[in-house]
Write a protein that binds this ligand. Structure first.
Ligand code: 6PG
Length: 227
């Protein structure tokens, strides 16, 4: 893996509430800027529990939702209405409550299975240009989106199938490293002491999947309970 040579800006928060509000504010700022400059906001959402509470906060903001275009960094290959789908979580906490036009919500069709779903999502992403903001989580093993340690990475497509995820379910679809790196801004949301080893590795220059994410402007890492 390539060493990290783009800036990594670490921000530490004293409470989970402060972290959530800071991410919420950053999303709102990015949206306002993108809409003012280009008339649309291309946002990539992360799965996980930490983002869930942030999306819940977002829905109370006064935003021009009609300009939002929403994507996912990864998805689990489960039925569309399965409770572990990222798409369902985002619908329940955010999308069912705001006026983002349905044709601007781009869920990963992971119910089609890893190969067909990845192919379909790669087509959705074709010709899209840079994302304005990509939100990512960090797993205890350093994974981000569904880019896992020790896995061969296929960067030839925007979205790629994953067959042997160490974290269930085994079958997933993830945006490729290259696609995730094509972003104006990337924010990692990292909370919980269980992530400390992964953060220590990252800070000391040990390659983990998260260090694959090196967009031109570097990344911001918003942390709680890790040092
Ligand atoms: C998954 C999860 C996972 C998650 C990280 C961080 O697909 O299995 O979504 O990748 O993003 O484990 O999640 P937390 O922020 O909730 O710890």
């Amino acid at each position: 893996m390539k060493m990290q040579d783009k800036p990594v800006r670490w921000q530490h928060f004293n409470s989970i509430d402060c972290l959530r509000h800071a991410v919420c504010d950053a999303i709102a700022l990015s949206a306002s800027r993108a809409i003012a400059q280009r008339g649309r906001f291309n946002l990539v959402l992360a799965g996980g529990n930490t983002p869930r509470a942030i999306y819940r906060l977002l829905r109370d903001l006064n935003m021009d939702w009609s300009k939002w275009h929403v994507y996912h960094g990864d998805e689990r290959c489960l039925a569309a209405d399965h409770e572990d789908r990222n798409s369902l979580m985002v619908e329940q906490v955010l999308l069912n409550h705001v006026a983002i036009p349905p044709n601007q919500v781009h869920h990963i069709p992971a119910e089609l299975g890893p190969v067909a779903g990845a192919k379909a999502y790669a087509q959705t992403l074709q010709g899209l240009g840079s994302f304005d903001l990509v939100l990512l989580g960090l797993g205890e093993d350093g994974h981000t989106a569904s880019l896992f340690p020790g896995h061969a990475l296929d960067n030839s497509a925007h979205a790629v199938p994953v067959f042997d995820s160490p974290k269930p379910p085994a079958e997933r679809i993830t945006m490729s490293q290259q696609r995730l790196n094509d972003a104006q801004q990337v924010i990692f949301i990292v909370s919980g002491a269980v992530k400390q080893q992964a953060v220590d590795n990252w800070r000391s220059g040990v390659a983990i999947p998260a260090t694959l994410i090196q967009p031109a402007n570097g990344v911001d890492v918003y942390c709680y309970e890790v040092s």
